[in-house]
Design a protein. Structure first.
Length: 265
């Protein structure tokens, strides 16, 4: 049966995460209902990553199987006429049967946005977390480099994480200030439940001076979630890109600026 890959962006504020749930609104259910209308049959989709409640996506990738023949433009326009305004299909591509949105991904990239100023924001409250105390992005960046490589990330996984192993390979992490915003970009082969938000929580303690740069390495080595910091709020987080082998030709590489286009340079 033919397989289609689809790129999506969405504002996760109104949803209890990606995955379909019986008693709560999910991104997956909205997407599948829209695609089912276009395909004229039920659709089951597989995502590159299951974003949590309140988490956004500037580039989510899914795949689904369908015998229905539609043009790439037909899938996009048809789905977007049926999806709510806070979800949008960006592109569609036919892919080989061996393509898998989740297991075929080589890396995933997330961006976390912090608005760092004294007054709370009326405009950015759903797109960035708010930290009143001044943050120094330089020691945050230096401390974060201890996380690069393949490690046991038990100290950064949620208690309810269902992954069979805490081992993950973190390829890059960068912390930089842009005006009143602190931006954290992180890429890894995969992420544990709440891993990015827990990393941010630890880095915040370094940025506000409560902990030294060396503390991040100590938390990582401890392999115990109780040694870490807070879990940062969901609204600052977005999935911004998924990397696949180049022969698939998918336009899914990180598009972080799409999540922060309104922020100052």
């Amino acid at each position: 049966m033919p397989r289609i890959a689809l790129g999506l962006e969405y504002d996760g504020t109104a949803y209890r995460g990606w995955q379909t749930q019986l008693s709560a609104k999910s991104v997956q259910s909205e997407v599948e209902q829209a695609l089912a209308f276009v395909a004229d049959h039920p659709i089951e989709s597989v995502p590159a990553g299951r974003t949590d409640a309140g988490v956004h996506a500037a580039m989510q990738v899914i795949h689904f199987d369908t015998p229905s023949e539609r043009s790439e433009r037909g899938w996009i326009l048809g789905a977007n006429t049926r999806m709510p305004d806070d979800i949008s299909a960006l592109w569609a591509r036919p892919v080989p049967d061996d393509f898998h949105a989740r297991y075929g991904a080589r890396a995933r990239s997330y961006r976390y946005v912090i608005q760092n100023r004294a007054p709370r924001s009326a405009l950015q409250r759903l797109r960035a977390s708010w930290i009143r105390e001044p943050l120094d992005a330089v020691p945050m960046h230096i401390a974060a480099q201890a996380l690069i490589g393949e490690h046991d990330f038990s100290s950064f996984r949620a208690a309810e994480c269902q992954s069979r192993t805490p081992m993950r390979r973190l390829d890059s992490i960068a912390v930089a200030r842009r005006g009143e915003f602190v931006i954290i970009d992180v890429t890894a082969n995969a992420f544990l439940h709440h891993m990015v938000r827990n990393i941010v929580g630890v880095l915040l303690a370094v940025g506000n001076g409560e902990r030294p740069v060396s503390w991040v390495q100590e938390v990582l080595a401890g392999r115990d979630r109780r040694l870490g910091g807070i879990t940062a709020p969901a609204q600052g987080l977005a999935l911004v890109g998924v990397r696949y082998p180049s022969h698939f030709g998918l336009p899914s590489e990180p598009v972080a600026d799409g999540f922060t286009a309104a922020l100052p340079e």
